[in-house]
Design a protein around this ligand. Structure first.
Ligand code: MN
Length: 249
C-alpha cells in the first residue's frame, strides 16, 4: 500500500514525523508537505505561480517539501508518485472540529485527495501551551489506521484524537453549532493596532458530534462528503421560490 502524507503545520512539525512513523507499519510512505506552516490555509491552491518540490532530510522517511499550500502538496505529491492508495494529513497540532473544519488546511489536504479520486484521512489533536504527547497517542493512531485503511468505501474521513489517553473510539457527525469568529484588538511592540482572529464555539456540543466526543475524551471519526448541496433546502426552495426555467437564446 502506498501512503502519501501531508499536513498544514509544515514538513518539520513533530506531528507529521509521528504519523509517518506509524504509517510505515502499514505500507510504503512518502511525505510531501509545505516548507513552512500553512495552518488555516483551507483549500487554497497556488494557481498563478509555479511550485518547487525539493527532497528534504527527515530521518529515514522519503520526504519532499513544497513552497505551496497543503492542497498544492497533495496535488503535486500525487502527480510525482504513481499509484498512491491513500493520503493521510496531520497529525495537526490543534483540533479540527465542528465548523472550524471549513478553514482547516489539514482537512483540505485530505479533501484535495478526495477531489482527485484518492482516499483522504485527516488526523488532528489538541495543542495548547504544551506539545501533544505523541508517544501516548501513537498506538491510538495505529488503531485508527488499522480500522480505516481497509475501509476503502470511506473516501474522506476526519479523525480527532483527545489530548489524554482516549477512553475509546466513536463514530461521529460534524457539529454545526455556530461559532464566534472573535476579533481581539491588541498592539504590536511599536504601539500600532493589530487584531488577533480567534474562533471559539458559542454553544455546547450536540449529541453524537465530533466536538462532544473530544470533550468526553474519545477519538472522534467523522466520514465527510464533498457534496455541499443542502438537499433538504433544495427541495423546499423549489416549492417556496419557483423560478421560470427560461432558455435564453
Ligand atoms: Mn495546522
Amino acid at each position: 500500500m502506498r501512503i502519501l502524507i501531508s499536513n498544514d503545520d509544515g514538513i518539520y512539525s513533530p506531528g507529521i514525523a509521528v504519523l509517518a512513523q506509524v504509517a510505515a507499519k502499514f505500507g510504503e510512505v512518502r511525505v510531501v508537505a509545505p516548507d513552512v506552516e500553512r495552518s488555516a490555509a483551507g483549500q487554497s491552491i497556488t494557481a498563478s505561480s509555479p511550485l518547487r518540490y525539493k527532497r528534504t532530510p527527515l530521518g529515514k522517511v522519503d520526504a519532499w517539501r513544497v513552497d505551496g499550500t497543503p492542497a498544492d502538496c497533495v496535488t503535486l505529491g500525487l502527480d510525482r508518485w504513481e499509484k498512491v492508495d491513500v493520503v493521510l494529513s496531520g497529525i495537526n497540532l490543534g483540533s479540527n472540529l465542528g465548523n472550524a473544519i471549513w478553514h482547516s488546511g489539514t482537512l483540505a489536504a485530505a479533501k484535495q485527495a478526495a477531489l482527485l479520486g484518492i482516499r483522504g484521512i485527516a488526523l488532528s489533536t489538541p495543542s495548547t501551551d504544551t506539545e501533544p504527547d505523541f508517544p501516548l497517542l501513537a498506538p491510538w493512531v495505529a488503531r485508527v489506521l488499522e480500522l480505516l485503511l481497509p475501509a476503502t468505501d470511506l473516501r474522506l474521513v476526519n479523525v480527532n484524537l483527545p489530548a489524554k489517553v482516549p477512553r475509546g473510539i466513536k463514530w461521529t457527525r460534524q457539529s454545526v453549532r455556530r461559532y464566534d469568529g472573535k476579533v481581539v484588538p491588541a498592539n504590536d511592540p511599536m504601539g500600532r493596532a493589530v487584531y488577533w482572529y480567534t474562533v471559539v464555539p458559542l454553544e455546547g456540543a450536540e449529541e453524537g458530534t465530533d466536538l462532544l466526543a473530544i470533550e468526553n475524551g474519545y477519538v472522534s471519526i467523522t466520514p465527510l462528503c464533498l457534496d455541499l448541496t443542502n438537499h433538504h433546502e433544495l427541495e423546499r426552495a423549489r416549492q417556496a421560490y419557483p423560478v421560470d426555467e427560461i432558455i435564453f437564446t
